[in-house]
Design a protein around this ligand. Structure first.
Ligand SMILES: NC(=O)c1ccc[n+]([C@@H]2O[C@H](COP(=O)([O-])OP(=O)(O)OC[C@H]3O[C@@H](n4cnc5c(N)ncnc54)[C@H](O)[C@@H]3O)[C@@H](O)[C@H]2O)c1
Length: 403
């Protein structure tokens, strides 16, 4: 008997929509990418070329849903339009897989939650880190009691590629909610998940643009030769150590032709671009059960890794996603247990295909949705509180966001 083939539409036909989701869904026997929705026609044409087939193109979610009998949509549009796109899809009776963050404010998350409840449709968060084999193993070890009661988590993310957050839409608070939401929401969700979802109560954060600004351009600038505005146009592109080179840019979704239609450049100069987010920072969270967690993110670094230290009353774990190791140190023993977690194929350390697989299992009723909109809301809440904290230089009570 042939398997049901879910008809899927992708909202936001950019990098994540096509390279992570579209291409993976296209390999499945139980799903097809039937339609793309993106205000940028040029980018949809490139998306179809990348996919190797041409789904139907739409520039509005409503038009796509009216014309196609979709079972689900994947939302990979920029963060600021997650709310409108999710509400439009849910109100028209379509299931949703939405990449993090759920929305860029708690209020936006609440609007999505209400729309999902009203429609009675599945909506799953794209928290792919939860599907990372190293973090899955860590969660299992904690659930089995290897650390006892966890009361402290420390996480540091060093991300070389994060420099490009200064080069495109996520550099703007209005479009991404700031990097505590755009980027930190991953890690805040991991804290919530590892701790079994106590409510976050207080957040303090410090962050700034300390390096990727005009004062720290790493080469001599001639008075009559301006820097930027994009890497591909920049007079200094051959000497800038941070040049962001997009292969064959004029024959890519980021070409001048694509930019002409919506003004979205992907390679703005990371030193001179207008931006109101941060290139490094630290956020601290306190939970209702007294647990505490800190998240450091730094995008000026020669290496990339996500490192966690998780401390419980029976032991401590040190984790590296890059080395794929978990070192457990039991509290009253000199024994050290090192777990090496094998590589898995696929984006984000093998997490992306597993996330997509989990979504289709939820649609088929084979699995319960374990990444809910509530979870999405709590990670956004910590990110939003962190952003307010760093701007207003005060500790923020998360309850403020729900008033
Ligand atoms: N989970 C992860 O690891 C991960 C990694 C990267 C990005 N993301 C998330 O994926 C989403 C997309 O990020 P990206 O890096 O692929 O961005 P991108 O810029 O590569 O692609 C975004 C696409 O959305 C389109 N778009 C703009 N406005 C739209 C609208 N109103 N409706 C529909 N489409 C619209 C743009 O034209 C573009 O093609 C974001 O929400 C981001 O936070 C998640």
């Amino acid at each position: 008997m042939s398997e049901q083939k879910f008809k899927v539409g992708i909202i936001g036909a950019g990098s994540r929509g096509i390279l992570s989701f579209g291409k993976t869904i296209a390999t499945r026997n139980d799903a097809q990418v039937a339609a793309l929705c993106d205000p940028n026609q040029v980018r949809m044409e490139f998306a179809a070329r990348e996919l190797g087939f041409k789904p139907n193109f739409y520039t509005s979610v409503e038009a796509m849903i009216a014309a196609e009998k979709l079972d689900a949509v994947v939302i990979t549009s920029p963060d600021f339009c997650h709310e409108a796109n999710a509400v439009a899809a849910l109100s028209n009776g379509v299931n949703v897989l939405i990449d993090k963050p759920l929305a860029i404010t708690v209020k936006g998350c609440q609007n999505i939650i209400r729309a999902a409840e009203k429609a009675g449709k599945s909506i799953m968060m794209g928290f792919n880190l939860r599907h990372h084999a190293v973090l899955k193993k860590l969660k299992k070890l904690i659930s089995e009691g290897a650390l006892g009661r966890v009361f402290l988590i420390e996480n540091r993310e060093f991300y070389n590629g994060g420099r490009t957050y200064m080069s495109r839409w996520n550099r703007l608070y209005a479009k991404s909610g700031g990097l505590w939401i755009h980027k930190g929401s991953h890690d805040f969700d991991i804290f919530n998940w590892l701790l079994d979802f106590p409510k976050p109560v207080k957040v303090s954060a410090f962050a700034g643009i300390d390096v990727l600004n005009p004062e720290h351009i790493p080469f001599a600038v001639k008075p009559d030769v301006p820097v930027g505005p994009t890497c591909h146009q920049c007079a200094y592109k051959e000497i800038c150590p941070d040049v962001y080179k997009i292969d064959d840019i004029q024959n890519s979704p980021w070409s001048d032709r694509a930019v002409d239609s919506d003004g979205y450049s992907k390679d703005l100069c990371m030193y001179t671009s207008d931006k109101d987010t941060h290139d490094n920072g630290i956020a601290i969270v306190e939970y209702e059960n007294g647990a505490k967690a800190s998240h450091l993110e730094c995008f000026i670094t020669p290496m990339s890794d996500r490192l966690y230290t998780v401390v419980g009353d029976r032991g401590q774990a040190e984790v590296s996603l890059e080395k794929r190791t978990i070192i457990i140190r039991p509290r009253w023993s000199q024994e050290v247990i090192t777990h090496h977690i094998p590589e898995i194929e696929g984006g984000h350390g093998g997490a992306d295909p597993l996330l997509i697989d989990a979504f289709f299992k939820v649609l088929k009723g084979e699995e319960k949705n374990s990444s809910t909109t509530e979870h999405g809301m709590w990670s956004t809440a910590i990110g939003q509180a962190a952003e307010i904290s760093r701007r207003e230089e005060r500790t923020v009570r998360v309850a403020e966001l729900f008033q």
